[in-house]
Structure formats: C-alpha cells, structure tokens
Write a protein that binds this ligand. Structure first.
Ligand SMILES: NC(=O)c1ccc[n+]([C@@H]2O[C@H](COP(=O)([O-])OP(=O)(O)OC[C@H]3O[C@@H](n4cnc5c(N)ncnc54)[C@H](O)[C@@H]3O)[C@@H](O)[C@H]2O)c1
Ligand SMILES: O=C(O)[C@H](O)COP(=O)(O)O
Length: 389
C-alpha cells in the first residue's frame, strides 16, 4: 500500500480516487511515498528517503526543487493544460477590466446605493468609467503553451489582433495555433507593437525578470501589461515607475505581494487563475492518475524532470525501475547484472532528459534483494524500484 501526503488542499475527486484504489493519506510528509501539492513552497524542504514522487496539481513547478528531486530519483509531475481554460477566462476578464474602469463603476454604485436619485446620478457619473474596446487592439502573447494558445484563440474570437512570441514552441504545438496569430521572431518586436502584453511563460532562470526596465522602455506608451504567470517575471520596481509616470496605463496581475498591492493603476488578484471547481477537479484527477500509473506500473507521463516512459499496465510479472545518470555504459552494466541474476528482460524502455535517465524493465525470474542492492551499487545509478503487481 502506498501512502500519500497532501501539501495543500487537493480536490476530493482526486484524493477519493486514490483512497478507493487502496492508498492511505498520512499527516507526516516523511511517512509518504508521494506528495500532492499546489503552490506550497517545497524548495527548502529535504526529500525524505521513502519519497518516490511529487505531483503538482497545476502547471507551475517553480515551488519544487525539480533538479534536486531528479538527483534523488524523485519524479516530479505536473498537469499540463488541466487549468488552462480557467486561467484563460480570468485573463480575458483582466483585459476587459483594464479596458474600462468597471471596478470604479461598481464601487461608485456601492457608495451611492442609499441614494434614491442613484439612477439619475449614474447617467452623469458614467463618463468617468468609460473606456475602449478590446476589438481591434493588438495583443502580444508571450508563451504559446496551454494557456497562451487558449488566450490567443479567445482574443481572435473577440476581434483583437494577436501577435505571439515563443521560441521554444514544438512543431506540433505550432501546427495547432490559429493561422491568424502573427509570429514575433523576437521579444522586442512584440513589445514595441502591442497595446496589451500578456505573459504565459514559466518562471525559470531564463525568464525571471524578462519584463525588465529595458523591456518596459520598448513597450508602447500607455500599454497594458497582464501577468497571470508569475510575479518573478517582472522587475516590479521598474514597473511601479512605469505605472507612476504613465508609460504603462495598467498592470493586471494574479500575484498579490507588497509591491504589486501598492502599485498605482494596478488591478491585483489573489492568485485566482486556477481556482475554479472545474480546474481544481481536472488537476487533481490528472495528478492522481499520473501518480498511480507511476507507483503501480513504473510509467512516467507528464513529468518535468524525467522523460516519458509508458509500458502500459503491469498485468503480471515484475518491473525494475532504474533512475540513473545519462552517461555511457549504465545500461550495459545493468543488463549484465540482470543476466547474472538469472532474469530475462521481456520488455524495456529507456529515456533520457538532459542529465537524467530512466530505464523501466519488465523481467521474468526471481528479483532478489541481493540483485536490487547490486543494481543500486552500480556507477551512475540513483535509485532502483522493484515493482510487483
Ligand atoms: N495564475 C494562475 O493561477 C496560473 C495557473 C496556471 C499556470 N500559471 C503559470 O502560467 C505558466 C504557463 O502555464 P501553461 O500551462 O501555459 O504552461 P505551458 O508549459 O503549457 O506553456 C509555457 C510556454 O512558455 C514557453 N516559453 C518558455 N520560455 C519562454 C520564453 N523565454 N519566451 C517565450 N516563451 C517561452 C514554452 O515554450 C511553452 O510553450 C505556468 O508555468 C505558471 O507559472 C498560472
Ligand atoms: O501554476 C499553476 O497551476 C497556478 O499558479 C495555480 O496554482 P494553485 O494550484 O496554487 O492555484
């Protein structure tokens, strides 16, 4: 039986499914074989010896020490696309909030609510909250993954012109994009051409601070910046100055922090992008299914630190799962040790991602503790799992 610890509240459709499959939920993270997490920050945490996997019910994994986990043979999963629709809807809402002073108008009505003359006064007051339309404006989408692509499609449906920038887009993902999205070949081209710029990239070493003072200086005067990705993408001091002096008209963000919460002309939300029942359910179910497939079958689907390996369900027999460095000779040493142990390899898959490699073997014969110890002792091996149905 496997034990799971939840680092955050996870939708019960995911946790119930795990319980129904015989999994136990434990209070102590060190007693768990897998953690389910949303935004809890695990970066400073030690990974306990028995921890096999972490499943992020969501997209961003900047709260997880992904590479350190890889070194320890801990697989980190996320749930690509499972909350994209929810975020898309809030991004479009954020753009519309920036087009007109809807929030100011609502506040005005609230303050005047006891006035019997409110209807007459509203007709005079409304010009203060007027604005412009999204249709016909040019919107730059930085990052055309699950969320960026959906945002781009929705904007086209609303009559906006869309320019996209994503130098890492796979050919398959590019084929799926609407042909009307104008392709920006560099970031400056997008920044200088767009009335709205919306960020949909992960927070990584290469994207942190990408909206720097210099990047802001290239944006159109009076442009609107939307950030539903991560606050670390933006130089917030440069941004506060740009909002103060009118270089940027509005900042709409999902990340409340002491800097953003006090910015002039900012609309700041409390990280609501993925907080819909539908998105929470989607993420929880996907995370639970991926954990089960890995723990019970050794298959790795949607990991951010190991490549995809899928031998299908383990119907009978036994599997050996090996985490190792992506270096020459490891597979040879492993197969020799297995042959010496009198086992036959029926099926195998080996996939590497950067420096991290994973080999899943379906074997017949008796897997002894001595063989597992021998495999663990081979140069370059990080972890060995013996999976039995
Ligand atoms: N506000 C929220 O609640 C919420 C919800 C989900 C995701 N997010 C954030 O949004 C991010 C994106 O989510 P997603 O589901 O679209 O992820 P995704 O992995 O599907 O897409 C990310 C895209 O960014 C691109 N990219 C990476 N570096 C880039 C760069 N330097 N310039 C341009 N493009 C670059 C990638 O090629 C990829 O296509 C997440 O990493 C997370 O930080 C926030
Ligand atoms: O990266 C994500 O998926 C979002 O930021 C959602 O985070 P949450 O699960 O804490 O709402």
């Amino acid at each position: 039986m496997y034990c799971i610890h939840c680092m955050n509240n996870i939708s019960t459709v995911g946790t119930d499914a795990l319980e129904a499959a015989g999994y136990a939920f434990v209070e102590d993270p060190a007693a768990a074989n897998a953690w389910l997490v949303r935004s809890a920050n695990l970066n400073e945490m030690e990974m306990p010896h028995d921890l096999l996997a972490i499943a992020r019910a969501g997209a961003g994994v900047n709260n997880i020490p992904v590479e350190r986990c890889a070194q320890q043979g801990v697989v980190v999963f996320n749930t690509p696309g499972a909350n994209a629709n929810a975020v898309k809807e809030l991004v479009i809402c954020g753009m519309l909030l920036a087009c007109r002073d809807i929030i100011g108008g609502v506040e005005w009505v609230h303050e005047a609510s006891d006035d019997p003359q409110i209807a007459k006064r509203a007709e005079k007051a409304k010009k203060r909250f007027a604005g412009f339309e999204l249709a016909g404006k040019r919107v730059g989408v930085i990052g055309l993954g699950a969320i960026g692509a959906e945002v781009a499609d929705a904007l086209i449906a609303l009559g906006a012109e869309v320019m996209g920038y994503d130098p890492y887009l796979s050919i398959n993902a590019a084929w799926g994009l609407d042909r009307r999205i104008e392709h920006a070949t560099d970031l400056d081209q997008l920044l200088s051409a767009c009335d709205f710029v919306t960020l949909h990239v992960p927070a990584t070493d290469s994207t942190r601070g990408m909206i720097s003072a210099e990047a802001i200086s290239k944006m159109k005067h009076g442009a609107v910046l939307l950030n539903f990705a991560r606050d670390a993408l933006v130089d917030e001091q440069a941004l506060a100055e740009a909002l103060d002096d009118g270089k940027l008209a509005r900042y709409v963000t999902d990340f409340a922090n002491p800097a953003s919460a006090n910015m002039k002309n900012a609309i700041v939300l409390p990280h609501l992008g993925a907080s819909t029942g539908e998105a929470e359910d989607n993420c929880a179910v996907m995370a639970a299914n991926q954990l089960r497939d890995y723990l019970e079958n050794g298959n790795i689907v949607n990991s951010v630190n190991y490549g995809r390996v899928d031998l299908g369900p383990l119907v009978s027999g036994t599997r050996l799962a090996l985490f190792h460095e992506n270096v020459q000779g490891v597979i040879g040493e492993v197969s020799q040790a297995i042959a010496r142990g009198g086992l036959n390899i029926e099926n195998m898959s080996n996939v590497s991602r950067g420096a991290n490699a994973y080999t899943l073997l379906e074997v017949t014969g008796n897997v002894t503790d001595a063989l597992v110890s021998e495999l663990e002792g081979l140069t370059g091996i990080r972890r060995v799992r013996h999976i039995v149905r």
